[in-house]
Design a protein around this ligand. Structure first.
Ligand code: MN
Length: 207
């Protein structure tokens, strides 16, 4: 099967004022679309690899032939990172995490404010392009705040992305220009904690 660009689960302007409509439209319809198209192009003729969904492909990245591996890391990672990103945001969202993920954040980081500080610092200190992530680490059966460059997926390291903030300039430059910190501060208002909690449950269950 080939990979497809998911439709956003809300309108392009639904996350305003945190993220403007033009940024959302270009981000989804140009940037994310290019990752999907380039991934499909790289996988042409690789029937075995086309049997895998995107999660399986990234988890088993070492089984991807070296000739196309970096292209799959960049574009397959870009596809899954963005598919996750659209889902963990929503209009009328934000606030404090509840449920199991709220508890895990308190246990792991002390409190929500300390978690936000760590997550934000990871985003601000990611030199160049990349992501700040909250992940479930299967090896330690706990959650972690990490940063990754480019479109490198946490799935390649055995970790499940639960919450990700895209800190590539294309994610914020139209509205925030060089002020990445202002973008991250505003981004918290559109975090869909209900979805993050669902991803946490699924990750713990090994799904
Ligand atoms: Mn992006």
């Amino acid at each position: 099967m080939s990979h497809t660009l998911p439709a956003l689960p809300y309108a392009f302007n639904a996350l305003e004022p945190a993220i403007d409509a033009m940024t959302m439209e270009i981000h989804s319809q140009k940037h994310h679309k290019a990752y999907v198209d380039n991934l499909n192009k790289a996988l042409e003729g690789h029937a075995e690899l086309l049997k895998h969904d995107i999660v399986s492909l990234l988890k088993n990245i070492s089984s991807v032939p070296e000739s196309i591996r970096q292209t799959v890391i960049n574009n397959g990672g870009g596809h899954h990172n963005h598919a996750t990103f659209w889902e963990i945001m929503a209009p009328n969202a934000g606030g404090e995490p509840t449920g199991a993920i709220g508890e895990a954040i308190k246990t792991t980081f002390g409190d929500f404010t300390k978690f936000k500080d760590t997550f934000k610092q990871n985003g601000l200190t990611q030199f160049g392009s990349g992501w700040s992530w909250l992940v479930y680490d299967a090896a330690s059966t706990g959650i972690k705040a990490i940063k990754k460059p480019n479109q490198d997926s946490p799935l390649m390291d055995g970790m499940v992305p639960l919450l990700g903030c895209d800190v590539w300039e294309h994610a914020y430059y139209l509205k925030y220009q060089n002020k990445r910190a202002d973008y991250v501060d505003a981004w918290w208002t559109v975090v869909n904690w209900k979805k993050v909690d669902e991803l946490f449950s699924a990750a713990k269950a090994g799904k």
